[in-house]
Design a protein around this ligand. Structure first.
Ligand SMILES: [Zn+2]
Length: 231
């Protein structure tokens, strides 16, 4: 038996082709290559380098959209007979002023704070990885990300918007402008991040870069802390 065959037998991961269901052993890929089905040629999975670039692109795009969503007015408030356009943050303040602190906090958390923290944590890990380095605080950022992630799912966004629309009905109207469309696009990109996010990919990227460095050791610690199950 050749070394190659032995390596294949010892490899734990099997992958089924989505088109023809052929079960195949997953093999390590060159950074920038793709794996295709041996029978039908369909794409099975991408190399770690390509996945990192795709993840970084989604995260950077989301960050830009989140900033744009918060810069432009999303609601028009009626205050003492006068109409004032306001941003998401202004809407949160208005909600609190109108005696709805709970809704204000919900909107603040789900539309601004949690997505912002999640994107910062992702960029904090992904940018150095793209540059070939591992951030020392990567396990901390990773824990933060896994903690926040369930709270920034699309459903939560949609719920927040629905709640806002209904609850604001008597004090404000939603402006169908740049902010709202950018927010809609943000929901799409966030769904993309959720779909692309893979714990295993992260440790592949970390292992490629800092195997004998501090980052690699720290990464192993975080991995041991029970971060399986997502990917
Ligand atoms: Zn196939």
């Amino acid at each position: 038996m050749s070394d190659n065959q032995t390596a294949l037998l010892h490899h734990q991961h099997m992958i089924a082709c989505r088109h023809c269901d052929l079960l195949q052993a997953e093999v390590p890929l060159q950074r920038d290559s793709d794996a295709h089905c041996v029978r039908c040629g369909a794409l099975l999975y991408r190399g770690a380098g390509k996945r990192l670039e795709w993840m970084l692109a989604l995260t950077l795009g989301s960050a830009v959209l989140l900033v744009v969503s918060n810069l432009f007015p999303i609601a028009e408030l009626q205050v003492q007979g006068a109409y004032n356009s306001t941003t998401l943050a202004g809407t949160v303040v208005a909600l609190a002023d109108q005696g709805r602190p709970l809704v204000a906090v919900l909107v603040l958390l789900t539309t601004i704070l949690i997505p912002a923290l999640e994107l910062v944590a992702l960029l904090y890990m992904l940018v150095p990885l793209r540059l070939g380095r591992v951030t020392l605080d990567l396990p901390l950022a990773f824990r933060l990300l896994l903690m926040l992630h369930p709270w920034s799912m699309m459903e939560v966004f949609l719920l927040a918007i629905l709640v806002t629309l209904v609850k604001l009905a008597d004090i404000a109207t939603i402006v169908p402008g740049i902010s709202l469309w950018s927010f809609a696009a943000l929901i799409v990109l966030f769904t993309g991040i959720s779909a692309t996010f893979s714990v295993r990919d992260f440790w592949t990227w970390v292992a490629e870069r800092g195997q004998d460095g501090e980052g690699g050791r720290a990464g192993a610690d975080a991995s041991a802390a029970g971060m399986q199950g997502q990917g």
